[in-house]
Design a protein around this ligand. Structure first.
Ligand code: ZN
Ligand code: ZN
Length: 356
């Protein structure tokens, strides 16, 4: 039985409590612990999920577990290895992402700032050339490849060669949004874990525990629906992001009840934006979708915030049938925009047909 923060491992009769910074993902945490305590760690592992599910936190937790020197005390992260992992100064832990550069100051691919890829020179320098040496202070050298969706073809080839050499001192952790972005041959050499999205109930519990001072913000964030823990933490740490999301939600709620003139003006703005930044408009459509989904499962609660007051108001006004029909319309427009429908026509249609 695991609690939210602790994982109990029986290691040759010793009772070990491991402190995970990762919230949720109990099944993966239990499996990793058990592989570790029975010495059956794979050479390469993939953590796959959308953005904000906690892949990187999980990978760093795992790195800490693998090299912890005093697992009995690891609840305090107090051994030298754990302290170094936490402060990102562990000589045997390397994290690579699209911003990583090699040590050659004249390297052309690292100099070009436009490229958002994981470069082959970085893979060669930080993984391949070190793989033959033993780790400096720990049992294993841990390499975390973040944003691995952006490995170039050549980087993938180099990585594959290293994985094929199965090295006892090295474990490669690949963090990926989309499995189809990486060669099958790499996937076949890795153990793959898919992170689960937290339920709203768990998300609420964790956020309230982590941010007891930020009750109002947490209530607002939960009212948006469909938020990952990473996005929630980002919004609490960067009030400007939370405010802009609140602004967007307020705007669409107001839009439901405004004049035809305002609705058409808004849809024109969106369609102009669509030509410049399609992704932003799709995010806005997603807000509509989440709003109606929230209304379908809405339960009045004791905690109220600026946004929940607006949602509660809508909930009282709008019948469930209307909410369902609005949701269907939004999904239909979302699909037709994805299939390259004329954005102005599609958005006009949507705005005019939504009913309160
Ligand atoms: Zn430790
Ligand atoms: Zn380079």
């Amino acid at each position: 039985m695991t609690t939210f923060f602790q994982q109990v491992i029986y290691d040759f009769g010793r009772l070990i409590i491991f402190f995970w910074n990762t919230k949720g993902q109990d099944y993966i945490k239990e499996s990793l612990s058990s592989m570790h305590s029975t010495d059956q760690l794979p050479c390469a592992i993939i953590f796959q999920s959308a953005r904000g599910f906690g892949k990187k936190t999980l990978a760093i937790d795992f790195a800490r577990m693998i090299n912890c020197e005093e697992p009995e005390k690891s609840i305090n992260h107090s051994c030298d290895s754990c302290v170094r992992v936490e402060s990102m100064t562990h000589p045997d832990l390397v994290i690579i992402d699209t911003t990583s550069k090699c040590s050659d100051t004249s390297c052309r691919s690292c100099k070009s700032s436009k490229s958002i890829s994981i470069k082959n020179c970085v893979i060669s320098e930080l993984i391949i050339s070190k793989a033959k040496y033993k780790p400096f202070m720990s049992k294993k050298r841990v390499v975390i490849i973040d944003e691995a969706d952006n490995l170039t073809n050549i980087s993938e080839e180099s990585l594959l060669k290293t994985l094929e050499e199965e090295n006892d001192h090295l474990i490669v952790i690949i963090l990926l949004k989309d499995l189809s972005k990486i060669q099958e041959t790499i996937i076949s050499r890795c153990q793959t874990w898919k992170l689960e999205k937290l339920t709203k109930k768990d998300l609420k519990l964790y956020l309230e525990e982590m941010y007891p001072e930020n009750k109002k913000q947490v209530t607002d964030i939960l009212s948006f629906g469909e938020t990952s823990i990473g996005e929630a933490i980002e919004m609490i740490n960067h009030p400007i992001i939370l405010e802009s999301k609140k602004g967007a939600v307020k705007k669409i709620i107001n839009m439901l009840d405004t004049t035809m003139f305002e609705k058409l003006k808004y849809s024109k703005e969106l369609s102009i934006l669509f030509r410049k930044d399609r992704e932003l408009v799709m995010q806005e459509i997603n807000l509509w979708k989440n709003l109606f989904r929230e209304l379908l499962v809405y339960e009045p609660s004791r905690e109220s915030s600026e946004i929940t007051v607006l949602i509660e108001d809508l909930y009282k006004k709008m019948s469930k049938l209307k909410v369902q029909s609005n949701l269907k319309k939004v999904i239909k427009i979302e699909n037709s925009l994805a299939r390259n429908a004329n954005p102005l026509l599609a958005l006009d249609n949507l705005l005019v047909s939504l009913e309160v």
